[in-house]
Ligand binder design. Structure first.
Ligand SMILES: [Zn+2]
Length: 149
């Protein structure tokens, strides 16, 4: 069992308590233990949240690299940090972004892939434009039967 470094402090506090009200020895022991535990949790940074507040595996700002994305939750590397993987941490991509301070819509994809996608999208757009222009040019004005009499 680890010696709680706050036990002395806790004992002082219990002594003060025992001075103002009647306490049985077991009550004092119990109170000392509780205070020492509480102080230890406080020192660890936030009592109830001690377990839920989690240190990132890596600085989220450094997690998106050229050739891989590092999962801030577990340190695993991916080309694409998938929704499925995030589910294993009980997070949706949005929750993940929010949790680690990414901007909304940040793609959890390695930079080289993002770049490729961007290039692909850009060229797709060029083709789409060209395609639309072509079609528009092909479109013939409809010849309506003359309504004149
Ligand atoms: Zn992970």
């Amino acid at each position: 069992m680890n010696q709680n470094p706050f036990i002395d402090q806790a004992m002082e506090m219990v002594k003060a308590q025992a001075g103002v009200k009647q306490m049985t020895p077991s009550e004092m022991v119990e109170m000392t233990r509780e205070i020492a535990e509480g102080l230890a949790k406080l020192a660890a940074g936030g009592e109830e949240h001690a377990e839920t507040v989690q240190k990132p595996f890596i600085d989220p700002k450094k997690a998106i690299r050229l050739n891989y994305v590092i999962c801030v939750e577990c340190g695993a590397r991916f080309k694409v940090l998938s929704k499925k993987h995030l589910e294993s941490h009980a997070l949706t991509p949005d929750e993940y972004r929010e949790k680690w301070g990414y901007k909304k819509g940040t793609s959890l994809v390695c930079k080289s892939l993002t770049q490729q996608r961007r290039e692909k999208m850009a060229s797709t757009k060029i083709w789409e434009k060209a395609g639309k222009k072509g079609k528009a040019a092909e479109k013939k004005p409809e010849s309506k039967p003359s309504a004149d009499k």
